[in-house]
Write a protein that binds this ligand. Structure first.
Ligand code: SAH
Length: 218
């Protein structure tokens, strides 16, 4: 298994080649990727692959998202240090850890209980205090902490969940993958405009695991 410093080197290479090299320019985002040890968010036997630019299995038929796609979604969100951000489909907790370095507070919802618990433990171990995660169906958002300036959905659904729209602050933005086929979606940007209306814009193609309904214990 590579030592700490090798992971650190791989992390720097990932940021320079896969993120900055492919057009991610925001310093706060690049810095967050330098701060978060992705190897801590993948199963032990996959740690050697932690800095490849691809999704990796995290058990329960789920994956940790591809770094470039995460960076792209974070860039599209136009994050501000004062933002409170909701992530649906937190899986390993990697995106929440990144968010914790960029914004004021990050909230995550995960529908598989064991993943939510493991993510919670990881975030605590990394001493990320401005992050909260709960086990639940993300289609419902997180009513207690709404409205959110930004929302990102890390799983692909067929339509924009109405309850998430309603938890988006005026002036806020949501980025989510939408598509009829599993693992083949288009990123969609939803802006909640000052006049109260929503503006929807379709962006490029992505491949996410499905956004499902309900919750699962194991
Ligand atoms: N951001 C995560 C991505 C995990 S994959 C990471 O990088 O690790 C997507 C996750 O969405 C899975 O863990 C899956 O269980 C979860 N998911 C799917 N539908 C959901 C829903 N309705 N509510 C909450 N989580 C959901």
């Amino acid at each position: 298994m590579p030592s700490e410093s090798i992971f650190e080197q791989q992390r720097q290479t990932m940021v320079i080649e896969q993120l900055r090299g492919r057009g991610i320019r925001q310093k706060a985002i690049l810095n967050a990727f330098l701060q978060v040890p992705r190897e801590e968010f993948v199963p032990l036997e996959l740690r050697d692959h932690a800095y490849e630019d691809r999704a990796l299995p995290i058990g329960h038929r789920q994956t940790i998202s591809q770094p470039f796609v995460v960076a792209w979604m974070l860039a599209l969100l136009n994050l501000k240090p004062t933002d409170r951000v909701l992530e649906i489909g937190s899986g390993s907790g990697y995106v929440l850890a990144l968010l914790s370095h960029i914004v004021r507070e990050a909230f995550g919802v995960e529908r598989i209980e064991v993943l939510a618990t493991a993510a919670q433990e990881r975030l605590a171990r990394l001493e990320l205090a401005n992050v909260k995660i709960k086990f639940g169906d993300g289609n419902d958002g997180w009513i207690e902490y709404q409205p959110f300036e930004k929302i990102l959905v890390s799983a692909g659904g067929q339509e924009i969940p109405e309850r998430l729209k309603s938890q988006l602050a005026v002036g806020g933005r949501m980025i989510l993958p939408i598509g009829d086929e599993p693992r083949n979606q288009k990123l969609v940007q939803v802006d909640h405009l000052q006049d109260g209306s929503y503006k929807v814009k379709r962006l490029g193609r992505v491949s996410f695991v499905p956004l499902l309904s309900g919750t699962r214990q194991t």
